[in-house]
Design a protein around this ligand. Sequence first.
Ligand SMILES: NC(=O)c1ccc[n+]([C@@H]2O[C@H](COP(=O)([O-])OP(=O)(O)OC[C@H]3O[C@@H](n4cnc5c(N)ncnc54)[C@H](O)[C@@H]3O)[C@@H](O)[C@H]2O)c1
Length: 270
Amino acid sequence: MTDNPQRLKNQVALVTGASSGIGAAVALALAAAGAAVAVNYIGHPEGADAIVRAIELAGGRAFAVRADVSSEDAVHAMFAEVIERYGTVHILVANSGIQQDARFLDMTLAQWQRVLDVNLTGQFLCAQAAAREFVRRGMQPEVSRAAGKIICMSSVHEVIPWAGHVNYAASKGGVMLLMKSLAQELAPHKIRVNSIGPGAIATPINLTARDTPEEVADLLRLIPYGRVGEPEDIGKVAAWLASDEADYITGTTIFADGGMLLYPGFESGG
Ligand SMILES: NC(=O)c1ccc[n+]([C@@H]2O[C@H](COP(=O)([O-])OP(=O)(O)OC[C@H]3O[C@@H](n4cnc5c(N)ncnc54)[C@H](O)[C@@H]3O)[C@@H](O)[C@H]2O)c1
């Protein structure tokens, strides 16, 4: 990685679920690298507005755009708004995700379906809308060597099971082959598609797993590198993966997990 502060200059990025946690850090990192950023949120706008303000205070460009990524109409309206505002889009970070935890014997169809709808269908819908815009616009060699970049927020749970979270693990396993299949299908259009697979990152999604010192100690035992990840750890990877420095990378998950995947006996975590 270089510290070229403007490696995403003249590029437009859309980051979903960017009002908190990893998405917020990704939005800030892409903006710091020079991209204009559409900050997607659902629910209350305060978090997204704070990220937009932080980007603007640092001299960047951003705006907040509401959409439920599991709704096709909402996703299409969101892309239309981004394109109307900034002319096009070059980078999608499909980051939105939820957990609805339950033991398998008790899991309801609604818990299964909602997690699949947001974590997997949401990525399909956003990736399709982004790819259609990349293909429509074509190459812009003065802006980037790729016609467009899609980054899916996956998890270490795309490759390891997670008892008590089968809906989440199934959604992230689906994201892995969605990403790889898209990378294959979209490569002729010079569109790069990759995932980031975070380990345990300190964000709202897993707050309850870090409630007590004992729970933190349990978590740290799973992380050879000896610390829980910060959202900024993932923001930096996203800014690099979106840049031309990663131009020959497509169809790959970059795991940012402090070595979590090195433990074959791993069975719980982020
Ligand atoms: N924190 C971790 O340890 C960890 C580990 C691996 C993967 N991840 C993944 O990282 C991503 C971000 O999670 P986070 O840890 O920052 O938690 P988070 O709860 O802060 O972020 C999730 C974001 O998704 C948004 N969201 C939820 N449903 C949505 C919908 N229907 N439409 C649009 N946005 C929606 C939320 O508002 C929130 O901003 C998720 O995909 C998660 O699965 C997190």
